[in-house]
Design a protein around this ligand. Structure first.
Ligand SMILES: Nc1ncnc2c1ncn2[C@@H]1O[C@H](COP(=O)(O)OP(=O)(O)OP(=O)(O)O)[C@@H](O)[C@H]1O
Length: 213
């Protein structure tokens, strides 16, 4: 089980997340919502173990994920806003870089309707095709925890249906997922965590000193 308790996270000197807690068990899905800048991507990166919270606890089956980051990386499939594909490699070659034992390449390609594009270099893909490739990478990771930052970004309605099917199948196998989104996603029986967004509305000039990192 993934559990976050009272997570606080600063970006620069701003408190972006203030006491966020959540629980996720096998088969659970959570939608993370909130206005632009509310901290959804920041929270996902923390849950992925890519960034430490400034305070609070983050555990997997009761043990801090930061005790063994490598073990946590093995259990997470994360996609950010960028699809992070290597432009000179084909779709299949890109996917092979992330394939873990037990994964089925043909099934992943089919699940995201990528079979006709399998041998195309990634640089020739459209935005939605790149997103489908990034989602196929998630399937191939064989990870119990999916962390998806706006997974439907750039997808047409047929691809959103494929995404919904993939998420349903993952949960049916006991997987869990958290997805940030600004639009409805095809996800039954999910819970929602709405981040309120900043209360700090300093004028832009106030950020110019010491707030760049
Ligand atoms: N490198 C950084 N240094 C300082 N502040 C940052 C940095 N990166 C992001 N922030 C701030 O952190 C806050 C949260 O950003 P984040 O990307 O997590 O929001 P979000 O909810 O995912 O937004 P969106 O809906 O636009 O994707 C924002 O106010 C942003 O300005």
């Amino acid at each position: 089980m993934l559990a976050a308790d009272s997570l606080c996270i600063f970006r620069g000197d701003r408190l972006v997340l203030d006491g966020v807690s959540l629980r996720l068990n096998a088969g659970d899905a959570m939608l993370l919502t909130g206005p632009n800048g509310a901290g959804k991507s920041t929270l996902l990166r923390v849950l992925a173990g890519l960034r430490k919270p400034d305070s609070g606890l983050l555990t997997w089956n009761g043990q801090s994920i930061f005790d063994d980051r490598a073990a946590h990386a093995e259990r997470v499939a994360y996609i950010g806003h960028q699809d992070a594909l290597k432009p000179g490699l084909t779709v299949t070659e890109n996917l092979r870089l992330f394939t873990r034992p037990g994964a089925n390449m043909a099934e992943a390609l089919e699940a995201m309707d990528l079979l006709p594009l399998a041998n195309l270099p990634a640089r020739l893909l459209s935005a939605g095709q790149k997103r489908r490739t990034a989602l196929a990478r998630v399937l191939l990771a064989q990870a119990p925890l999916w962390l998806l930052d706006e997974p439907s970004l750039g997808l047409d309605s047929a691809a959103i249906t494929l995404l919904g099917n993939a998420m349903t199948a993952h949960r049916a196998r006991g997987g869990m997922l958290i997805a940030t989104t600004h639009v409805p996603l095809p996800l039954d029986n999910s819970c929602a965590l709405a981040l309120p967004g900043a209360t700090d509305h300093r004028p832009f000039a106030a950020y110019e000193e010491g707030d760049g990192a």
